[in-house]
Design a protein. Structure first.
Lengths: 128, 436
């Protein structure tokens, strides 16, 4: 299914952002809010994983039933290193990458795991 | 303040609201109670001691090991002094006093100095250069505004006390409360703020420029030829134009929905142009919803010292400004920088992954209170006191009003302030560069 990704601040992500290696931060930053009708179209349940693919970039996130529906064809993910996997660094001459409006293909991925932060960034417990 | 007791009127060092009515109860050199803060401010104050770096570190044989400040400062200065084109990034979660030292350091090492503006409201500042910014203080909004527009922002999650302290739910001198004000939210999703609005206008993603331009067209009395624009029937824009004109004092607060979407600076151009045009009919102002508590201060200090608010390149020996070329993400993604100094920020988490990888491939020096993916990727880590909690200084609220941050508790034993660490690196760099 094609969709557009919006990123932004969420209360949960904002509360946990000073503790980047905490479970709370990972939980808040890996939630992908999906319109309930889109969840049904994808054939997945609230809490199951999805893979978001944009060109040669892709990331597995946890699909969460959105409480801000209707917004079919649009998903929300809080700012963070997970969604930044999808972001094109090209800033169109402004300094700002396009962090809202990223076009993706969403695929059900109930058997794939969401990477933890160290593994996502390729960092061992003592650094790079 | 030192010791135990209650500290009143503390400025919150989280978002650009800089709420200055926080009450903290101090006990055992920790914060044990808090009043008036939102969920974000509460989490920052109450978890101030969590996830902290407690000793300087430097990398040896690929592993970060504990060091002392003297050794870590000398290593940092050597890296910066020997670099051809270092990036000095962050600055929005520290004090203006630390930012000032940062400008001098950037000039000394001939680096690129950029703050997190370039990944939040940087495109908005580019629009301000082109159009100007009809604006005011949040106090004026509270006392006088009868129409509040939130466009592309969700204050309930990002600035939770904005509505209560400064806009629709505040008690002003001439506008007493919600009944005397109207709130319109324009966004692509029905956010928490949208549910609290009198009117919610849902537009298509990346449709902001068209929507803003459509309202401007109606305002000028011209007809819209299309039946639908940005996912809405054209008639809706005529209604919005009438509503905007019909107020006595309107304010448009705009968020990253404009700066991060397709169009970027041009979206803010359109918003500021609309506000400018509205002033031929009524009183109307605009203000960006700044995120970090002192990102506005970073723009102010950098602009006083160099003439430019962000993305400043000192490599020619004088300040140059060319966002898109001299901005942090672009410099890191192109692999232009050969070293980096990160102050109070976490670009390895917050940059697009390809730019983060570019940054991680060069020696990074990080000054930050917390352990983060950026400290993990660093060559040298200098832990610092939390500004606004363990160190004082000056911060600028989103409307450009300077406020005094206070030290309410002591930092962990032996931990220095950003200003002290940066000044020590600057002295060392000057010594290496010719004994000045």
């Amino acid at each position: 299914m094609k969709a557009i990704v919006l990123t932004g601040r969420s209360l949960a992500q904002g509360r946990a952002k000073e503790s980047k290696f905490s479970e709370e931060y990972m939980r808040a930053s890996t939630a992908c809010e999906v319109d309930p009708d889109d969840l049904a179209s994808l054939g997945i349940q609230d809490g199951q994983n999805v893979r978001l693919v944009s060109g040669n970039r892709s990331i597995v996130l946890r699909a969460v039933r959105s409480s801000h529906a209707p917004h079919r064809g649009m998903v929300f993910v809080a700012y963070g290193p997970w969604v930044n996997v999808l972001t094109d660094p090209d800033s169109d001459g402004t300094g700002m990458p396009t962090l809202k409006g990223i076009e993706v293909e969403i695929q059900p991925a109930p058997d794939q795991e969401v990477q933890d932060l160290r593994s996502l960034l390729g960092q061992g417990p003592r650094g790079r | 303040m030192g010791g135990e007791g209650v500290a009143h009127n503390i400025v919150c060092p989280f978002c650009g609201c800089c709420c200055d009515d926080i009450e903290l109860t101090i006990g055992g050199n920790g914060i044990v109670g808090i009043k008036n803060a939102c969920a974000l401010g509460q989490a920052k104050f109450m978890s101030a001691r969590e996830g902290r770096g407690l000793r300087p570190k430097e990398r040896a044989d690929g592993v970060l090991s504990e060091a002392d400040y003297g050794r870590a400062v000398r290593r940092s200065a050597k890296i910066l002094a020997e670099a051809r084109y270092p990036l000095l990034w962050g600055w929005s979660c520290t004090s203006c006093e630390a930012q000032r030292v940062g400008v001098e350091l950037a000039e000394e090492v001939g680096g690129v100095l950029d703050n997190t503006t370039s990944t939040c409201h940087g495109p908005g500042l580019l629009a301000v250069h082109d159009i100007g910014e009809p604006t005011c203080t949040l106090g004026e909004v509270r006392h006088r505004a009868d129409l509040i527009i939130y466009w592309g922002c969700n204050p309930v999650h990002a600035h939770p006390r904005h509505m209560r302290r400064y806009t629709v739910d505040s008690e002003g001198r001439f506008r007493k409360g919600r009944g005397e004000r109207k709130m319109i939210v324009v966004d692509v999703r029905r956010t928490a703020a949208a549910r609290m609005a009198d009117e919610f206008v849902q537009i298509e993603p990346n449709g902001d420029y068209e929507a803003l331009t459509a309202i401007r067209t109606c305002l000028k009395g011209e007809e819209l030829e299309q039946e639908a624009i940005a996912g809405l029937p054209s008639k809706r824009f005529e209604e919005l134009a009438d509503e905007f004109i019909g107020c006595e004092f309107g304010v448009m607060f705009f968020g990253l929905g404009l700066t991060m979407s397709k169009g970027k600076s041009r979206n803010v151009d359109a918003a500021l142009s609309l506000v400018r045009d509205l002033n031929s009919k009524t009183k109307f102002l605009a203000m960006p919803m700044r995120g970090h508590f002192n990102v506005t201060g970073a723009n102010e200090v950098f602009a006083w010292q160099t003439g430019f608010p962000f993305a400043i390149d000192f490599s020619q020996g004088y300040p140059r400004y060319n966002p898109g070329d001299t901005s942090g993400v672009d410099v890191a993604a192109r692999g232009d920088c050969d070293a980096a100094l990160v102050v109070a920020a976490d670009p390895i988490s917050n940059f697009p992954l390809e730019a983060a990888r570019g940054l991680a491939s060069v020696p990074i020096i990080t000054i930050d209170p917390h352990e983060t993916p950026t400290t993990n990727a660093s060559e040298v880590v200098l832990p610092s006191a939390m500004v606004g909690i363990e160190a004082g200084g000056t911060a600028y609220r989103m409307d450009g009003v300077p406020l005094t941050l206070r030290k309410v508790i002591e930092p962990p034993e032996g931990i220095l302030q950003d200003t002290e660490i940066l000044s020590a690196i600057l002295r060392e760099v000057k010594g290496l560069k010719g004994g000045r």
